[in-house]
Design a protein around this ligand. Structure first.
Ligand SMILES: [Zn+2]
Length: 201
């Protein structure tokens, strides 16, 4: 075992298996609508296990703030006999449309993430010197990242920004709120996907 290579803090090679942004919507840190501190948006507890990551966009949600006790619920809108799912993307959570807690200025843009797991996934991608794509780029999160996040010239800047997000994730008081964590109205404008009874459509 002594010949095993020492663990490297930054993986050199990144394998993209087509991870969707949806995969990271299971846990989202947002700005609390009441106190401005950190609130958590998760699927309502006690629901049957989901079959697909895309189910996450239709499941009832709860926003809860441990700091001030604020609680809010979201359910998918019913239209034409189906449910209208949330559309992830942009700097708001797609359910309550609250600004994401994890936002920071980076390379003249806004760098954002949903939670620590999302930050780690982005850091693994940005830090890699070699990126291999194993899936169609149509919905894949990594393939669709903006060019400035993928550029080798920005690598250290973006990794520093992700470190800032990781530090923000550990904070929760209203005074700890990032100056970038504010309404921006940049959520996707296209319609939500539909979920018809009987399965994803
Ligand atoms: Zn609160």
């Amino acid at each position: 075992m002594s010949s095993a290579p020492a663990p490297h803090p930054t993986p050199v090679r990144h394998h993209d298996h087509g991870t969707w942004l949806v995969r990271f919507t299971g846990r989202m840190l947002v700005v609390c609508p009441k106190c401005g501190g950190r609130a958590l948006v998760v699927p309502l507890p006690g629901l049957p296990e989901q079959k697909y990551y895309s189910d996450l966009l239709f499941r009832p949600r709860r926003l809860a703030c441990a700091g001030c006790g604020a609680v809010a619920d979201w359910t998918a809108e019913e239209r034409g006999g189906g449910l209208v799912g949330a559309v992830p993307g942009g700097t708001e959570d797609p359910f309550f449309r609250r600004p994401l807690w994890l936002q920071t200025r980076c390379a003249g843009r806004i760098l954002w993430a949903y939670d620590e797991e999302h930050v780690d996934a982005l850091a693994a991608y940005v830090g890699a010197r070699l990126r291999e794509r194993h899936a169609s780029p149509t919905r894949a999160m990594f393939a669709r990242l903006p060019a400035w996040m993928k550029s080798a010239d920005r690598r250290s800047e973006v990794l520093a920004g992700l470190a800032t997000l990781r530090a923000l994730a550990r904070l929760s008081a209203p005074a700890d709120r990032s100056d970038a964590a504010h309404e921006r109205g940049d959520r996707p404008r296209h319609h939500g996907s539909r979920y018809f009874r009987g399965g994803p459509y």
